[in-house]
Design a protein around this ligand. Structure first.
Ligand code: UDX
Length: 434
């Protein structure tokens, strides 16, 4: 059992804290947002993530997981400190590491005994080195410490599952003691452990996310060719994915990737590469294709409706992917804003992200519906922007009757065009022939 402090109660930190507690460790999850800590202490979740509420409740009841807004005390009481604070993008594409630097200084001030400081947030290569230097600069006394990198690969919406069943655990360490402690922390998980130096571990994370985003942009670029040639990208991706060297995951064409990780990580990886002396221009293209995919989708709608102004458009699905209420950098934002700018009357619905959406879209022209059926009533076009499972179970006969014009724009290629066309709908997909 280790005494662990997880700094940051967000999608990475809170999940890690609850999972470490479930693995038998004694964990303090600390966040400088007192309101969030107060909420967590009451057993309420600051965001939606399947299975997380139950796990937090269970581990908090057993007292293995506690919450605090006092960083100093939490650090003093712990031997292992995981840093899971935000590293948001700056306007130049680089990662804003000010929260990490702040934390490093607070750790230095509270270094009352040996501590292992572990980066969990995604950070550019050589951040570990900077953390080490910062602590050395500000620490008083002679307590020793190690800095390690243990990147998190969990996906939102599947975070708890991914934490207990990871494909691999990466330990970037520069001492045997750090490796031993981290191996002990994860001893209950059965998976491959890759041990590297800190720089390598940091690159593994950036390279993995950038590669996954590239895979999606690749198939999205293929979808554009499919549309021009009258071919079906769904079959192309199915057949490609059966080649074990390619693999079928992250090969679904659509309106592209979003979320708090891919957009910022692809940009930050390009930025740090350039800073180090390599122009990773490939990644610029990956981002460009992603952006263009959203423009292309709205262009397709415009093509069918001729004029967007005054048209009633229903948007089903707003979160950047299903099973989360997260709308950070969601493709839906660009699409909704473009349609709104062109004068569409929009009605939005998402099973979980309504509160987030209301904070983002303040225009009077944007309405929010209580369910999918209410959203599509009287509309000229319905757009599916997130592949929520419950949308597949909708009664499309009922939908068709209430729509003013039976046009479906499927931004995730989630529906069956053959069935919909047979039922009298016009259908727009991406890369499924014209
Ligand atoms: C990602 C990484 O997968 C995870 O390992 C890392 O820790 C954090 O970043 P996440 O941001 O939760 O996880 O989302 P992910 O499931 O990877 O999806 C990212 C985006 O890609 C979503 O917008 C999703 O809709 C899109 N996507 C995914 C596609 O457009 N096509 C696909 O085939 C797969």
């Amino acid at each position: 059992m280790h005494r662990i402090c997880v700094i940051g109660g967000g999608h990475v930190g809170l999940v890690a804290a609850a999972c470490f507690a479930q693995m038998g460790h004694s964990v303090i999850c600390v966040d400088n947002d007192s309101a969030k800590i107060a909420l967590l202490k009451k057993g309420k979740m600051p965001f939606y993530e399947p299975k997380l509420a139950t796990l937090v409740k269970k581990t908090a009841n057993s007292k293995r997981l506690v919450f605090s807004d006092s960083l100093d005390n939490s650090i003093k009481k712990s031997k292992v400190i995981f840093i899971a604070v935000g590293t948001p993008p700056k306007s130049d594409g680089s990662a804003d590491l000010s929260a990490i630097e702040d934390v490093a200084r607070v750790i230095a001030k509270n270094l009352n005994s040996y501590k292992l400081i572990v980066e969990k947030s995604t950070v550019p290569v050589q951040t570990g080195k900077k953390i080490k230097e910062t602590i050395a600069r500000y620490k008083k006394g002679d307590a020793t410490y190690d800095v390690a990198s243990n990147p998190e690969f969990l996906r939102e919406g599947k975070a708890v599952h991914d934490s207990f069943y990871p494909d691999r655990i990466v330990l970037g360490v520069d001492s045997k003691q750090a490796e031993t402690i981290l191996r002990q922390i994860y001893s209950k998980l059965k998976t491959k452990i890759i041990v590297t130096d800190v720089n390598t571990a940091e690159i593994i994370k950036h390279a993995s996310n950038s590669f996954l985003a590239s895979k999606i942009s690749f198939i999205n670029a293929v979808s554009r060719v499919c549309d021009k040639a009258g071919a079906d990208v769904e079959k192309v991706s199915q057949a490609m994915g059966l080649d074990k060297r390619i693999g079928g995951d992250f090969l679904s064409a659509g309106i592209g990737w979003g979320g708090f990780c891919f957009p910022k990580d692809v940009e930050a990886f390009a930025y740090i590469s350039k800073k180090l002396g390599y122009d990773f221009s490939f990644l610029k293209e990956v981002t460009k294709i992603n952006h263009e995919q959203q423009l292309y989708f709205t262009e397709k709608i415009r093509e069918r409706l001729w004029v967007i102004r005054g048209k009633k458009i229903a948007i089903l699905g707003l979160s950047f992917k299903p099973n989360t209420d997260d709308m950070r950098f969601a493709p839906s934002i660009n699409i909704v804003k473009t349609l709104e700018k062109e004068g569409a009357e929009l009605t939005l619905y998402d099973p979980k992200a309504m509160n987030e959406a209301k904070n983002i879209f303040k225009s009077k022209k944007i309405m929010f519906a209580k369910d999918a059926y209410a959203a599509v009533k009287g509309c000229d076009c319905v757009c599916f922007l997130t592949e929520w499972k419950q949308f597949l179970a909708l009664d499309f006969k009922k939908i068709k009757k209430t729509m003013n014009n039976a046009l479906i724009a499927d931004g995730r290629n989630m529906l069956d065009p053959v069935k919909l066309i047979a039922a009298g709908f016009e259908y727009i997909g991406l890369g499924r022939g014209k």
